[in-house]
Write a protein that binds this ligand. Sequence first.
Ligand code: ADP
Length: 228
Amino acid sequence: MTPVGSLLAATDLRKSYGPTPALDGASFSVHPGEVVAVMGPSGSGKSTLLHCLAGIVRADSGAISYGGRDLTTMSDAERSSLRRTEFGFVFQFGQLVPELSCTENVALPLRLSGTRRKEAERTAKEWMERLDVADVGHQRPGEVSGGQGQRVAVARALVTSPRVLFADEPTGALDSLNGEQVMQLLTDAARDTNAAVVLVTHEARVAAYSDREVIVRDGKVRDMAGAA
Ligand code: ADP
């Protein structure tokens, strides 16, 4: 059953790679504007959960509802369109395109969905100002610091105003000061735009930026508040 008011909800997800289940009956939900930290030991199924929720990986069974639609029965084309238009992604290593300038990187998701170059770059610059990286717009990703690169990656994830932002260890490659800055900017921007955030992390100080924490253990999700 989908929890009332949730934007994205998964029920009883199962996914195996070989004999050991990565997800073993995992349920999860997030509301618009809510930041949920997904914690748990390495290998417990956190990334698999994120990839299933984002429609990157197909679960073996279980249901995923997004805005009232069933993600598990959508075609690959429908899911990829959803990822492009309604979901944003930030990974541990920004995964910026090295040949493009930082501004071009941020503008890229808009360009891919047909926005004209001028308008895409104008919106990109607004987000870069907000993430405090407007001054590195002309530089390539290889020429900026790790913290700047990750803020560029956050700007790129938010430039399409996604309804859900998926972040998998977004500060895993940063020192603690840069990590804190990225988390503050990311969560402020998400809350302002009422985006839901699924934040995978194994660090308590990163999870501290969330509204709610869940723990994944052996492919199952436990709510920190006690409710399963
Ligand atoms: P976490 O993100 O908590 O570290 P993962 O979701 O990455 O955990 O992995 C959960 C389990 O599934 C692990 O045992 C891992 O080895 C396995 N696994 C994840 N992705 C794959 C894959 N693409 N191929 C094979 N096994 C995988």
